[in-house]
Design a protein around this ligand. Structure first.
Ligand SMILES: Cc1cc2nc3c(=O)[nH]c(=O)nc-3n(C[C@H](O)[C@H](O)[C@H](O)COP(=O)(O)OP(=O)(O)OC[C@H]3O[C@@H](n4cnc5c(N)ncnc54)[C@H](O)[C@@H]3O)c2cc1C
Length: 328
């Protein structure tokens, strides 16, 4: 790891000011950034320590605004919060299956949404892959068991966050503060497919911070589920995950948001599948059609064709489970 300066700013404004200097990076729990620095993937000259900004560590709920979650709230705090477990359990479920208890104690919701991809070519300093500014995505022709089956060009890494699909299914937004302006954007706007002019998976500028995650109030009769398939039982990134949030009119679906993880460089919302379940009572046939629609257009690489069947099975299982619960 290269030498760096570590600054603890007194407040958010100073943190944002410090970030506008070149070679400066924010650090929250450090569970993703420090490994990147150790392997020299990133070598910032200066770190701005967000952890001391208590003003970013809160979890509020009210009947009008829904949830407001400060960016420094840890995954462990989200997982164990009684109100989250009761009102938006899908988020607690997603947090509870992310990483390990130690990492969840350190890792924050802001850092989780901004973490880098886990692609082994990206993580290996000896490969200058496309995402790191090179010409080639080595995984497209190389080892791609864990990579994207949708939108797999020019980079076929997948977004690794468990919280992101759950939050997107809940219709969440992030509040962003920078030196020039601040504002709130939906997660659909926040996550972007990487392109040559912006080789990252979010719209966040170098001097911008997520300060808050906002989850709107849900319809009265609403339920959700987060399912994650892993190649071992704990402490693994999703091979595929699905987050489904449904609002009900008795046993009929009023509206649904269905988001896949582990299949694309960004959390992947599937409107075609949502449309199939809208205004329907979910039967096995409907759930199967929705799962087919969710994966329409999928183009597996050499080693990851299994993800298509896996994702379909998860979508179907999620819908059937929610339908069963709605009957009770
Ligand atoms: C072994 C291992 C297994 C893991 N498994 C999973 C898993 O199964 N599921 C999962 O979802 N995650 C998993 N993770 C990732 C882990 O959850 C993230 O590393 C963690 O959530 C990041 O939070 P942090 O606060 O530590 O971020 P940091 O490491 O401090 O920061 C990560 C990045 O986000 C930026 N950042 C941090 N906070 C903000 C902010 N408020 N605004 C803007 N940018 C910010 C930093 O500059 C940095 O670029 C795993 C990590 C490890 C090491």
């Amino acid at each position: 790891m290269r030498n760096f300066e570590h600054i603890t700013p007194p407040d958010l404004e100073s943190a944002v000011d410090l970030l506008s200097e070149r070679g400066t990076k924010s650090i929250a729990g450090g569970t993703d950034l420090l490994p990147e620095m150790k392997s020299r993937l990133r070598s910032p000259r200066r770190l701005v320590n967000l952890k001391a900004l208590e003003e970013l560590r809160y979890l509020k709920h009210n009947a009008r605004k829904g949830f407001q979650i400060g960016a420094l709230t840890t995954l462990a705090e989200i997982e164990s919060n009684e109100l989250i477990r009761e009102k938006i359990p899908i988020l607690a479920q997603a947090a509870s299956v992310a990483a390990s208890p130690q990492l969840r104690n350190m890792g924050t919701i802001g850092g989780n949404l901004c973490q880098s991809v886990r692609c082994w070519y990206y993580r290996a300093p000896e490969f200058k892959c496309w995402l790191k500014g090179g010409d080639t995505c080595y995984a497209i022709e190389g080892e791609n068991k864990f990579h994207a089956i949708l939108e797999s060009s020019p980079c076929c890494a997948v977004h690794p966050s468990d919280l992101a699909p759950a939050l997107m299914a809940l219709g969440a937004s992030v509040h962003i503060t920078g030196t020039d302006e601040e504002g709130t954007v939906s997660l659909e706007e926040f996550f972007v497919r990487p392109k040559a002019s912006n080789r990252q998976m979010t719209i966040l500028g170098a001097n911008e911070l997520i300060t808050e995650v906002q989850v709107p109030m849900l319809d009265g009769d609403s339920s959700g589920i987060y399912l994650k398939a892993m190649d071992r039982k704990v402490w693994a990134f999703a091979l595929v995950s699905v987050a489904v949030q449904v609002s009900w009119d008795k046993e009929r679906v009023k509206g649904a948001r269905i988001v896949l993880g582990g299949v694309a460089p960004i959390p992947w919302r599937v409107p075609a599948a949502e449309e199939i379940v809208r205004d329907q009572a979910i039967t096995e046939e409907i759930a199967t059609s929705a799962s087919e629609a969710a994966l329409e257009g999928a183009q597996p690489l050499r080693d990851n064709g299994y993800k298509i069947a896996l994702a379909k099975a998860l979508v179907k299982r999620a819908l059937m489970t929610l339908a069963e619960r709605a009957k009770k």
